[in-house]
Ligand binder design. Structure first.
Ligand code: SF4
Ligand code: SF4
Length: 283
Protein backbone atom coordinates (compact mmCIF):
# COMPACT_ATOMS: atom_id res chain seq x y z
CA UNK A 1 0.00 0.00 0.00
CA UNK A 2 1.20 3.52 -0.70
CA UNK A 3 2.51 5.74 2.10
CA UNK A 4 0.25 8.16 3.95
CA UNK A 5 2.20 11.40 4.13
CA UNK A 6 1.31 13.69 7.03
CA UNK A 7 1.27 17.45 6.36
CA UNK A 8 4.18 19.38 7.88
CA UNK A 9 1.73 21.18 10.21
CA UNK A 10 0.80 17.90 11.92
CA UNK A 11 2.24 17.40 15.38
CA UNK A 12 0.44 14.42 16.92
CA UNK A 13 -0.60 10.90 15.99
CA UNK A 14 -3.15 9.33 18.35
CA UNK A 15 -3.68 5.58 17.98
CA UNK A 16 -6.80 4.59 19.94
CA UNK A 17 -6.32 0.81 20.18
CA UNK A 18 -9.60 0.40 22.08
CA UNK A 19 -12.12 2.83 23.54
CA UNK A 20 -12.91 0.45 26.42
CA UNK A 21 -11.29 0.67 29.84
CA UNK A 22 -10.80 -1.56 32.87
CA UNK A 23 -11.57 1.39 35.18
CA UNK A 24 -14.49 3.81 35.33
CA UNK A 25 -13.47 7.33 36.38
CA UNK A 26 -16.37 9.77 36.72
CA UNK A 27 -14.60 12.58 34.83
CA UNK A 28 -13.24 10.38 32.00
CA UNK A 29 -12.68 12.60 28.97
CA UNK A 30 -13.78 9.80 26.63
CA UNK A 31 -17.37 10.24 27.80
CA UNK A 32 -17.55 14.04 27.98
CA UNK A 33 -19.19 14.70 24.63
CA UNK A 34 -20.61 11.28 23.81
CA UNK A 35 -19.01 7.90 23.15
CA UNK A 36 -20.19 5.41 20.56
CA UNK A 37 -19.21 2.04 21.93
CA UNK A 38 -19.05 -1.47 20.51
CA UNK A 39 -16.50 -0.89 17.77
CA UNK A 40 -14.64 -3.70 16.10
CA UNK A 41 -10.95 -3.86 16.94
CA UNK A 42 -8.27 -4.12 14.32
CA UNK A 43 -5.96 -7.08 14.91
CA UNK A 44 -2.18 -6.85 15.26
CA UNK A 45 -1.35 -7.61 11.62
CA UNK A 46 -3.69 -4.86 10.40
CA UNK A 47 -2.19 -2.30 12.77
CA UNK A 48 1.30 -3.28 11.58
CA UNK A 49 0.28 -2.88 7.93
CA UNK A 50 -1.58 0.39 8.48
CA UNK A 51 0.79 2.15 10.85
CA UNK A 52 3.86 1.31 8.78
CA UNK A 53 2.30 3.40 5.95
CA UNK A 54 2.59 6.62 7.96
CA UNK A 55 5.30 9.04 6.99
CA UNK A 56 5.47 12.04 9.27
CA UNK A 57 7.55 15.19 9.61
CA UNK A 58 10.00 15.14 12.51
CA UNK A 59 9.25 11.45 13.09
CA UNK A 60 6.23 12.21 15.30
CA UNK A 61 5.70 9.37 17.80
CA UNK A 62 2.67 7.12 17.60
CA UNK A 63 0.84 7.65 20.89
CA UNK A 64 -0.90 4.39 21.84
CA UNK A 65 -3.93 5.29 23.88
CA UNK A 66 -7.59 4.54 24.49
CA UNK A 67 -9.68 3.90 26.67
CA UNK A 68 -6.93 1.71 28.05
CA UNK A 69 -4.71 0.52 25.18
CA UNK A 70 -3.09 -2.36 27.07
CA UNK A 71 -6.40 -4.26 27.34
CA UNK A 72 -6.43 -4.84 23.56
CA UNK A 73 -6.12 -8.65 23.29
CA UNK A 74 -3.22 -8.24 20.81
CA UNK A 75 -1.50 -5.39 22.65
CA UNK A 76 1.96 -6.96 22.80
CA UNK A 77 1.83 -8.23 19.20
CA UNK A 78 0.77 -4.75 18.07
CA UNK A 79 3.74 -3.12 19.81
CA UNK A 80 6.16 -5.70 18.43
CA UNK A 81 4.67 -5.41 14.94
CA UNK A 82 5.23 -1.67 14.59
CA UNK A 83 8.45 -1.02 12.62
CA UNK A 84 11.43 -0.30 14.87
CA UNK A 85 12.17 3.04 13.21
CA UNK A 86 8.81 4.41 14.42
CA UNK A 87 8.86 5.91 17.91
CA UNK A 88 6.14 5.05 20.40
CA UNK A 89 4.47 6.68 23.39
CA UNK A 90 1.98 4.97 25.70
CA UNK A 91 -0.81 6.48 27.80
CA UNK A 92 -1.94 3.95 30.40
CA UNK A 93 -3.47 3.35 33.81
CA UNK A 94 -0.84 0.61 34.44
CA UNK A 95 -3.21 -2.14 35.51
CA UNK A 96 -0.85 -4.57 33.74
CA UNK A 97 2.00 -6.59 35.27
CA UNK A 98 5.29 -4.68 34.73
CA UNK A 99 7.37 -7.89 34.59
CA UNK A 100 5.16 -9.38 31.87
CA UNK A 101 5.36 -6.03 30.01
CA UNK A 102 9.17 -6.11 30.18
CA UNK A 103 9.28 -9.73 28.98
CA UNK A 104 7.20 -8.83 25.93
CA UNK A 105 8.37 -5.31 25.03
CA UNK A 106 11.99 -4.47 24.14
CA UNK A 107 13.19 -1.39 26.04
CA UNK A 108 13.97 0.48 22.82
CA UNK A 109 10.29 0.55 21.84
CA UNK A 110 9.44 3.20 24.45
CA UNK A 111 12.73 4.94 25.10
CA UNK A 112 12.70 7.92 22.78
CA UNK A 113 14.42 11.10 23.88
CA UNK A 114 11.93 13.84 24.81
CA UNK A 115 11.34 16.31 27.66
CA UNK A 116 8.74 13.91 29.07
CA UNK A 117 8.52 10.16 29.53
CA UNK A 118 7.35 7.98 26.66
CA UNK A 119 5.23 5.89 29.05
CA UNK A 120 2.83 8.21 30.82
CA UNK A 121 0.80 6.68 33.63
CA UNK A 122 -2.34 8.39 34.87
CA UNK A 123 -3.12 8.16 38.57
CA UNK A 124 -6.85 8.46 39.26
CA UNK A 125 -7.54 8.53 43.03
CA UNK A 126 -11.20 7.58 42.49
CA UNK A 127 -10.37 4.21 40.98
CA UNK A 128 -6.70 3.46 41.72
CA UNK A 129 -4.58 2.74 44.78
CA UNK A 130 -1.61 5.10 44.97
CA UNK A 131 0.84 2.73 46.66
CA UNK A 132 0.12 -0.01 44.14
CA UNK A 133 0.50 2.47 41.28
CA UNK A 134 3.77 3.83 42.64
CA UNK A 135 5.15 0.32 43.17
CA UNK A 136 4.39 -0.57 39.55
CA UNK A 137 5.90 2.67 38.23
CA UNK A 138 9.02 2.06 40.30
CA UNK A 139 9.24 -1.50 38.98
CA UNK A 140 8.97 -0.26 35.38
CA UNK A 141 11.75 2.26 36.09
CA UNK A 142 13.93 -0.46 37.64
CA UNK A 143 13.34 -2.54 34.50
CA UNK A 144 14.79 0.33 32.46
CA UNK A 145 11.68 2.08 31.10
CA UNK A 146 11.25 5.83 31.27
CA UNK A 147 7.92 6.38 33.01
CA UNK A 148 6.12 9.49 34.23
CA UNK A 149 3.10 9.73 36.53
CA UNK A 150 0.31 12.22 35.88
CA UNK A 151 -2.59 13.41 38.00
CA UNK A 152 -5.64 15.44 36.98
CA UNK A 153 -6.32 18.52 39.12
CA UNK A 154 -10.03 17.76 39.52
CA UNK A 155 -11.49 20.04 42.24
CA UNK A 156 -12.34 16.98 44.38
CA UNK A 157 -8.81 15.60 44.34
CA UNK A 158 -6.41 18.55 44.30
CA UNK A 159 -5.22 17.78 47.84
CA UNK A 160 -4.57 14.11 47.08
CA UNK A 161 -2.71 14.95 43.86
CA UNK A 162 -0.50 17.48 45.65
CA UNK A 163 0.15 14.93 48.41
CA UNK A 164 1.31 12.20 46.05
CA UNK A 165 3.25 14.68 43.90
CA UNK A 166 5.36 15.58 46.94
CA UNK A 167 5.98 11.89 47.70
CA UNK A 168 7.02 11.20 44.12
CA UNK A 169 9.35 14.18 44.00
CA UNK A 170 11.03 12.93 47.16
CA UNK A 171 11.43 9.46 45.67
CA UNK A 172 12.71 10.59 42.26
CA UNK A 173 9.54 9.75 40.29
CA UNK A 174 8.58 12.25 37.59
CA UNK A 175 5.08 13.42 38.60
CA UNK A 176 3.21 16.06 36.61
CA UNK A 177 -0.25 17.51 36.91
CA UNK A 178 -2.86 18.05 34.22
CA UNK A 179 -5.54 20.67 34.13
CA UNK A 180 -9.06 19.34 34.76
CA UNK A 181 -11.14 19.75 31.61
CA UNK A 182 -14.88 19.72 32.14
CA UNK A 183 -17.59 21.16 34.34
CA UNK A 184 -17.88 20.77 38.09
CA UNK A 185 -20.68 22.20 40.21
CA UNK A 186 -21.77 24.38 37.33
CA UNK A 187 -18.33 25.84 36.68
CA UNK A 188 -16.35 25.28 33.48
CA UNK A 189 -12.73 24.25 34.06
CA UNK A 190 -9.93 24.40 31.50
CA UNK A 191 -8.26 26.96 29.25
CA UNK A 192 -9.71 27.00 25.75
CA UNK A 193 -8.70 28.76 22.56
CA UNK A 194 -12.27 29.34 21.35
CA UNK A 195 -14.91 30.74 23.74
CA UNK A 196 -18.21 28.86 23.47
CA UNK A 197 -16.62 25.79 21.86
CA UNK A 198 -17.23 23.38 24.76
CA UNK A 199 -20.31 22.39 26.82
CA UNK A 200 -22.41 25.04 25.11
CA UNK A 201 -26.19 24.91 24.63
CA UNK A 202 -25.74 26.72 21.32
CA UNK A 203 -24.27 24.94 18.29
CA UNK A 204 -22.66 26.97 15.53
CA UNK A 205 -21.37 26.20 12.05
CA UNK A 206 -17.73 26.70 11.21
CA UNK A 207 -14.78 25.55 9.16
CA UNK A 208 -12.23 23.49 11.06
CA UNK A 209 -8.75 22.16 10.29
CA UNK A 210 -6.74 19.81 12.48
CA UNK A 211 -3.04 19.23 13.16
CA UNK A 212 -3.56 15.71 14.50
CA UNK A 213 -3.98 12.29 12.98
CA UNK A 214 -6.55 10.48 15.13
CA UNK A 215 -7.16 6.79 14.40
CA UNK A 216 -9.95 4.83 16.08
CA UNK A 217 -9.88 1.11 17.07
CA UNK A 218 -11.17 0.08 13.62
CA UNK A 219 -8.61 2.17 11.74
CA UNK A 220 -11.06 4.93 10.86
CA UNK A 221 -9.46 8.37 10.82
CA UNK A 222 -11.23 11.46 12.21
CA UNK A 223 -10.59 15.18 12.13
CA UNK A 224 -11.10 15.65 15.90
CA UNK A 225 -11.80 13.88 19.19
CA UNK A 226 -15.49 14.85 19.09
CA UNK A 227 -15.94 13.04 15.80
CA UNK A 228 -13.77 10.10 16.83
CA UNK A 229 -15.61 9.40 20.09
CA UNK A 230 -19.01 9.83 18.43
CA UNK A 231 -17.94 8.00 15.30
CA UNK A 232 -19.05 10.83 13.01
CA UNK A 233 -17.76 11.71 9.55
CA UNK A 234 -14.58 9.61 9.29
CA UNK A 235 -12.27 11.12 6.69
CA UNK A 236 -10.83 7.75 5.70
CA UNK A 237 -9.41 4.47 6.94
CA UNK A 238 -5.84 3.46 7.68
CA UNK A 239 -6.23 0.36 5.51
CA UNK A 240 -7.79 2.10 2.52
CA UNK A 241 -5.05 1.82 -0.13
CA UNK A 242 -6.12 5.12 -1.70
CA UNK A 243 -6.35 7.14 1.51
CA UNK A 244 -4.45 10.42 1.59
CA UNK A 245 -4.72 13.39 3.91
CA UNK A 246 -6.16 16.63 2.62
CA UNK A 247 -4.82 19.42 4.79
CA UNK A 248 -7.89 21.62 4.57
CA UNK A 249 -10.63 23.31 6.58
CA UNK A 250 -13.80 21.20 6.61
CA UNK A 251 -17.34 22.34 7.40
CA UNK A 252 -18.62 21.39 10.86
CA UNK A 253 -21.96 22.02 12.62
CA UNK A 254 -20.83 20.91 16.10
CA UNK A 255 -18.95 23.98 17.32
CA UNK A 256 -20.21 24.24 20.90
CA UNK A 257 -19.84 20.51 21.49
CA UNK A 258 -16.11 20.30 20.73
CA UNK A 259 -14.18 17.87 22.88
CA UNK A 260 -11.94 19.84 25.30
CA UNK A 261 -8.90 17.91 24.00
CA UNK A 262 -9.26 19.61 20.62
CA UNK A 263 -9.66 23.21 21.72
CA UNK A 264 -7.69 23.44 24.96
CA UNK A 265 -4.49 25.49 25.04
CA UNK A 266 -1.47 23.25 25.49
CA UNK A 267 2.24 22.90 24.80
CA UNK A 268 3.36 21.84 21.33
CA UNK A 269 6.12 19.37 20.44
CA UNK A 270 8.69 22.11 21.23
CA UNK A 271 7.15 22.45 24.71
CA UNK A 272 5.88 25.95 23.85
CA UNK A 273 2.57 26.82 25.54
CA UNK A 274 -0.32 28.28 23.53
CA UNK A 275 -0.79 25.59 20.90
CA UNK A 276 -4.26 24.29 19.93
CA UNK A 277 -4.99 21.16 17.91
CA UNK A 278 -7.49 22.73 15.56
CA UNK A 279 -7.92 25.97 13.64
CA UNK A 280 -11.54 27.13 13.58
CA UNK A 281 -13.12 29.78 11.39
CA UNK A 282 -16.62 30.60 12.63
CA UNK A 283 -19.33 31.34 10.07
S1 SF4 B 1 -8.43 5.18 33.44
FE1 SF4 B 1 -8.49 6.84 31.89
S2 SF4 B 1 -9.65 5.94 30.18
FE2 SF4 B 1 -10.04 4.65 31.96
S3 SF4 B 1 -11.96 5.47 32.86
FE3 SF4 B 1 -10.22 6.45 33.94
S4 SF4 B 1 -9.89 8.39 32.81
FE4 SF4 B 1 -11.12 7.03 31.47
S1 SF4 C 1 -15.39 22.62 15.40
FE1 SF4 C 1 -15.11 21.23 17.16
S2 SF4 C 1 -16.46 19.50 16.74
FE2 SF4 C 1 -16.21 20.61 14.80
S3 SF4 C 1 -14.50 19.59 13.76
FE3 SF4 C 1 -13.64 21.30 14.93
S4 SF4 C 1 -13.03 20.42 16.91
FE4 SF4 C 1 -14.44 18.97 15.92
Amino acid sequence: MKKIVLPSSYSYIGVFLTLSCNLACSYCINHLVGLKKGRKLLRAEDWATGLSRLKSPRNIPLTLQGGEPTIHPDFYQIVKGIPDDMTLDLLTNIQFDPDKFAQEVPLEKFNRKAPYAAIRVSYHPETMDFNETKTKVRRMMDLGFRVGLYGVLHPNQVEEIQRVKAICEEEGIDFRTKEFLGTHEGKLHGTYAYPGSVFSEVLRSCLCKTTELLIDPFGDIFRCHHDLYNRLNPIGNLLDPDFEINDEHRPCDYFGKCNPCDVKLKTNYLQEFGHTSVDIILS
